[in-house]
Design a protein. Structure first.
Length: 237
């Protein structure tokens, strides 16, 4: 009886240790394509007014409080209040590792946060999400006067805007703004790879996928761009 009790106790301890290791290692158990599919399905529900608001109850809060967080997607988005990530992707507590900043720029703070999500939480996909009528991009296009802090914040947007203006010299202001918003998504992805050896290495090894997307604040629909057009080159392949 004593031997049986000891064996049972040891088994219980072993299972507990395995569970703890799994919880601390992070990772949602999904690959990048599966994670993107969940985001796409959630946005489709949102646009169709069929949101189910999953995993937003007390049980989910308790689960994440006890077992930790295991988000399946990291999203770098604008801080704009019209871009509510969990709502527009119809996801719940602990699903999205959100990084929000004006203009969805990829600076030191944002990249460090994304590195944590990829390396420590095992998140398989990073989405750089721009949005229509972005105030930060518009301010750069119009060269509006801003404070010193805001000027430093939106500095990463400047190359994207300059590129658009040089390529579309005869375009209307609205067209330049629209094209600059998309170009800024690509700029952010380029900056991620240029400034993060870790994320570049993980992306090259297929451990994380970085894609761009655009949210329409009027229709609620997300347009998916996929990986950077020069992805292989950016990763040194």
């Amino acid at each position: 009886m004593k031997r049986l009790f000891t064996a049972t106790t040891m088994l219980a301890l072993l299972l507990a240790c395995c569970a703890l290791a799994l919880a601390s290692s992070g990772g949602p158990g999904l690959n990048a394509d599966e994670a993107l599919a969940k985001l796409k399905e959630g946005n489709t529900r949102y646009v169709a007014k069929a949101s189910v608001a999953p995993r937003q109850d007390a049980a989910r809060r308790h689960e994440t409080a006890i077992d930790g967080q295991h988000p399946f997607a990291t999203i770098l988005s604008c801080a704009d209040s019209r871009v509510p990530l969990e709502i527009l992707f119809d996801q719940g507590v602990g699903d999205i590792f959100a990084v929000r900043v004006a203009g969805n720029v990829a600076g030191v703070d944002e990249i460090g946060t994304m590195e944590y999500g990829a390396e420590h939480l095992g998140v398989p996909v990073i989405v750089v999400l721009g949005h229509t009528k972005c105030g930060a991009v518009t301010a750069v296009v119009k060269n509006e006067p801003v404070t010193e802090n805001i000027g430093q914040l939106v500095a990463p947007i400047v190359p994207a805007v300059k590129s658009v203006k040089s390529r579309f010299a005869t375009a209307s202001l609205d067209e330049v703004i629209s094209k600059s918003i998309e170009a800024n998504v690509w700029q952010a992805i380029s900056d991620i790879y240029a400034k993060s050896p870790l994320l570049k290495k993980m992306a090259a090894a297929g451990k994380v996928k970085v894609v761009g997307a655009l949210y329409d604040i009027d229709s609620g629909k997300v347009q998916w761009f996929g990986e950077h057009p020069s992805n292989a080159s950016l990763l040194g392949k």
